[in-house]
Write a protein that binds this ligand. Structure first.
Ligand SMILES: C[S@@+](CC[C@H](N)C(=O)[O-])C[C@H]1O[C@@H](n2cnc3c(N)ncnc32)[C@H](O)[C@@H]1O
Length: 233
């Protein structure tokens, strides 16, 4: 079943047509503030809070889900926030095509799809290759925040972050339970309300690590091809 695509007319919604490769995000935001990326923004509740707390930072919120992008735009337009832009785009494709070396001050990944079945785990977004690739795009001292309700996913990511040269944990223990002052997303609230823990990982790209490895895995065409004929508002 195909879902109806909702037209998104928000001035904060960005299509690929507006971007060069690599993109000029300073032009897009009309300032040179640090750029932060949320991957899988869902309905935009997390990014609304982050952008409100950090008005001197720019936030790019992406999701592959049209309705999520629509809801995120409605939320930030309603809040009158000028430091968020929203894109419907696949994360690895965005990185590979539009971002450049040391361009990101922070990356947020909250409750990514857990792919709980063992045979599906290789579909998880955050794995060794992805973390190595992120080192290329994070600036030295740039931060990675990862949260998940899924214990197995946290236990997969924690040792990778601990052992990969280039990252340094900002927590005594990995994974840690989510801090009180970290903004809550819809999915986080869903699990916390049921008394289930949210596992949390926070690390930085080492200051001494000027570059990382570029994407090692090919960008999958799946999410892209189905969009080729779609107009994105
Ligand atoms: C489980 S939801 C969590 C949404 C939100 N982060 C939250 O915590 O409420 C995962 C979201 O990530 C998006 N997503 C999954 N894979 C993605 C990818 N490769 N690139 C961009 N977004 C992705 C999905 O469309 C979905 O909206």
């Amino acid at each position: 079943m195909t879902q109806r695509i909702i037209e998104i007319s928000s001035p904060n919604f960005v299509t690929e047509l507006q971007l060069e490769s690599p993109a000029n995000f300073a032009a897009l935001f009309e300032n040179h503030n640090p750029l932060c990326l949320e991957i899988g923004c869902g309905i935009g509740d997390f990014i609304e809070q982050m952008a409100t707390i950090h008005p001197q930072r720019n936030f790019l919120a992406i999701d592959i889900y049209n309705k999520g992008c629509y809801k995120t735009c409605r939320r930030i337009d309603g809040a009158g926030l000028g430091n968020i832009r929203v894109m419907r785009i696949e994360a690895r494709f965005l990185l590979d095509r539009y971002l450049s070396l040391n361009s990101l001050a922070a990356v947020y990944i909250n409750c990514p799809d857990p792919w709980p079945k063992k045979r599906h785990r290789r579909r998880r977004l955050v794995n060794r290759d992805f973390l190595r690739a992120l080192l290329y795009y994070l600036q030295p001292g740039g931060e990675l925040f990862f949260s998940t309700d899924f214990t197995d996913y946290a236990e997969q990511v924690a040792p990778l972050v601990r052992d990969l040269p280039g990252y340094e944990s900002q927590l005594g223990r990995l994974p840690e339970t989510i801090p009180q002052d970290y903004p809550r997303s819809k999915y986080m609230r869903r699990f916390l309300d049921k008394g289930q823990p949210i596992h949390f990982i926070h690390c930085k790209k080492q200051e001494s690590c000027a570059s990382g490895c570029h994407l090692l895995t090919p960008v999958r065409a799946g999410f892209r091809t189905s969009w080729s004929s779609v107009e994105h508002g």
